[in-house]
Design a protein around this ligand. Structure first.
Ligand SMILES: Cc1ncc(C[n+]2csc(CCOP(=O)(O)OP(=O)(O)O)c2C)c(N)n1
Length: 367
């Protein structure tokens, strides 16, 4: 185990005082503690976090710390290879990566095991010198790693597994002021949609709540589900494409973190979709599934935004009273449609995880 305070002290001593990253459950104690730092930025995706780090180095000559979960390594690879790599611009960066599905813990979810098993190899291919941090003893080696990065102008990485980080600082995130439970909305939606509908549910608690509702409330048997256990940020593209090639309606249940992750694709989704595309933004203002770090989505006027992307309609549900009426009009309306539902950042406890993914896919693809 590693005391987060000690880890941050080591970074302080090495004069690392810039942080950019995407929230991760493994690293939530770390991001929680650096939250009060002046130069800490939560970015929409991991490539952007690396790019911010590059911008920081180019303007200060200093080394940034960029953190994210290994599922986001794919997003980070583009700027890591095509800009920061030693054979390109050779930029020093300290990466701190949450290592889901590491071979030490191969009882993680299938998508995490798949990525966890190849994470070390990917870093090796990228020629990124890597340190696995498991104990307070290991963190003493970080100083040398940072010096190596500075001296050779190369990205370096620290990998941290689940349950390694400990901290006695409580999570300070407050509940938002919204009153709708996500599962209540989903339950109401499932009761109203047409039998022949497809539902794409985004990464994290949304997929898991939908899965749980299907499992235990057997009467909610309308529509077929595909759970985005990974591929965060890609739900809208999958769902809008389905709307083009499938006869029934295609519903996308997205989160605000996922919506922002590849925001540009919402533009493509709205423009390529058929009139049967129903995009639903379950907006809780945070990345609830990994520790409720803020997304800052409240800075966007979603109504104007949806309209300017050429969604035909924008609907809003902000309290339970208007839920039934607004779900009905959203389902009935014509054209690619956008529904924002303001939900609490509090999910059902002890959520199960979809694991039989091949069966889930077969069921989704059956008529
Ligand atoms: C590419 C990638 N980066 C990061 C993660 C870790 N992750 C899983 S769920 C999640 C938060 C999703 O936030 P949001 O879409 O707002 O949904 P909420 O958790 O609030 O329901 C994150 C960051 C991931 N799975 N994949």
């Amino acid at each position: 185990m590693i005391e987060v305070k000690r880890l941050i002290k080591i970074l302080d001593n090495s004069k690392i005082n810039f942080f950019s990253g995407v929230p991760d459950s493994v690293l939530k104690k770390f991001s929680n503690l650096i939250n009060s730092k002046k130069n800490h930025f939560v970015t929409v995706n991991e490539g952007s976090a690396v790019a911010m780090g590059i911008g920081y180095h180019l303007s200060t000559k200093k080394i940034p710390c960029v953190y994210f979960q290994n599922s986001g390594l794919g997003n980070a690879i583009n700027p890591l290879v095509s800009i920061a790599h030693e054979n390109v611009y050779s930029i020093p960066i300290l990466l701190i990566i949450g290592w889901r599905g590491s071979p030490q813990f191969n009882n993680d979810e299938p998508q995490h095991n798949a990525k966890g098993n190849i994470t070390l190899q990917i870093l090796k291919l990228l020629k990124i010198k890597t340190l696995i941090l498991r104990s307070n003893h290991d963190i003493k080696k970080i100083k040398n790693l940072i010096n190596y990065s500075k001296k050779n102008n190369k990205p370096v990485a620290c990998l941290i597994e689940k349950k390694t980080l400990v901290s006695n600082k409580k999570n300070t995130t407050k509940n938002n002021k919204f009153s709708i439970d996500r599962f209540k909305f989903i339950e109401n939606l499932l009761l109203k949609i047409e039998k022949k509908s497809k539902i794409i549910a985004t990464t994290g608690f949304t997929s898991r709540e939908l899965y749980q509702l299907r499992k235990y409330k057997k009467f909610l048997n309308k529509g077929k589900d595909f759970y985005m256990v990974g591929g965060m940020g890609h739900s809208a593209m999958i769902s809008s494409t389905i709307s083009k090639f499938f006869k029934g309606k295609s519903y996308c249940l997205d989160g605000d973190g996922s919506f922002l992750m590849h925001l540009g694709s919402i533009f493509t989704a709205a423009n390529i979709a058929s009139s049967k595309f129903k995009y639903i933004l379950l907006n809780n203002n945070v990345h609830e599934s990994v520790g409720s770090q803020k997304t800052f989505i409240e800075k966007i006027n979603l109504k104007d935004f949806a309209k300017s992307l050429r969604f035909k309609n924008y609907h809003l549900i902000k309290n339970s009273k208007e839920m039934q009426k607004n779900i009905n009009s959203f389902i009935k309306c014509k054209g690619p449609s956008f529904l924002e539902v303001r939900i609490k950042n509090k999910s059902i406890n002890n959520l199960e995880r979809p694991r039989d993914l091949i069966q889930i896919k077969k069921n989704f693809m059956s008529n």
